[in-house]
Write a protein that binds this ligand. Structure first.
Ligand code: MN
Length: 311
């Protein structure tokens, strides 16, 4: 981007509404999947966005996601309401609560389970995000961090919680591997959010409604905002979530819970999971691990962030 008025025209042309679709997850949970989308695979390194709830889980088991593996990504769990108990193959057992960040780095391989605690709050509402790791670190060691305190900044009529990366001069303590941002915005009027022109952005509404850069937005839709913006005016009442980052140039193969670069890598990760190696073991979950689905009969193809296949 070269700055100036042309950039804003380009940015407006880039702005597009991407409706999510419902996906059943485990036996008791249905999520709204906002990324990847056919027309837009990624926002920065963010390659996966699930919005779940608000669901009434009183008197039900709530979330029950058995042990399953990941490669090549970081997961971010962000709750507005409810609690999720995380167990992983590194031995971490942590309860995620609203306003706190759980971030897990899969690297070469990790496994985890996610469940509502036995005594859980009546409502569950939140996000799960994946950020693709760049080639330089994607085969590194797995890690998990719980961040109970995050920077919060008041800006206009917005209260901004910096979940990952940096915005408005505030930086999250979470370690990330590419220039990116994730922030929750509580809006009770009008605010002008400062943006990085080199980043592309996406905004979703979790509760309420808002006008975001001239586009009316409600839950269930991701507004892709492109690059070339130095700020974004938001007006309304509700809780919004901003995703952004430098456009991610590496084509990805995403299949099941794996992010890789080739069909062979994904096939190997599946074999390793089914063979009980590489991903460690989750202890304490009441139930068996998730088996991987069969590989598709055709070769998995790498796609760039626009969804274009590369042979
Ligand atoms: Mn997972």
């Amino acid at each position: 981007m070269d700055g100036g008025a042309g950039v804003m025209v380009a940015a407006e042309r880039d702005s597009v509404l991407l409706p999510g679709h419902d996906v059943p997850l485990g036996r008791y949970t249905t999520v709204r999947r906002l990324l990847p989308h056919r027309e837009r695979r990624m926002v920065g390194a963010w390659c996966f966005v699930d919005h779940f709830g608000p669901d009434d889980v009183a008197g039900t088991p709530g979330m029950r996601i058995p042990p399953h593996p990941h490669t090549g990504l970081q997961t971010v769990t962000w709750l507005l309401e409810g609690e999720i108990l995380h167990r992983d193959s590194l031995g971490n057992v942590t309860t995620a609560r609203p306003g706190q960040l759980n971030i897990m780095t899969a690297g070469f391989g990790i496994s985890h389970s996610e469940e509502s605690p036995v005594d859980h709050p009546p409502v569950m509402h939140g996000l799960q995000l994946w950020a693709a790791l760049p080639d330089a670190t994607r085969n590194g060691p797995p890690a998990f961090s719980h961040h109970p305190e995050l920077p919060v900044r008041r800006d206009g009529d917005a209260t901004i919680t910096v979940v990952a990366g940096e915005i408005a001069g505030e930086r999250s303590p979470a370690q990330v591997h590419t220039p990116l941002v994730a922030a929750e915005i509580r809006l009770d009027g009008t605010a002008r959010l400062p943006l990085e022109p080199d980043f592309e952005y996406g905004m979703l509404v979790l509760t309420g409604t808002a006008d975001v850069g001239g586009t009316p937005l409600a839950p269930g839709v991701l507004l892709y905002l492109g690059t070339g913006r130095s700020d974004l005016v938001c007006a309304g009442e509700g809780r919004l979530f901003l995703l952004g980052g430098e456009p991610f140039d590496e084509p990805l193969v995403m299949w099941w819970n794996f992010v890789g670069r080739t069909h062979e890598e994904i096939a190997q990760a599946r074999l390793d999971w089914m063979g009980g190696v590489r991903f460690g073991h989750v202890t304490g979950f009441d139930g068996g691990a998730l088996p991987a689905p069969p590989m598709p009969t055709t070769r998995l193809k790498a796609r760039d962030r626009h969804g274009r296949t590369l042979g």
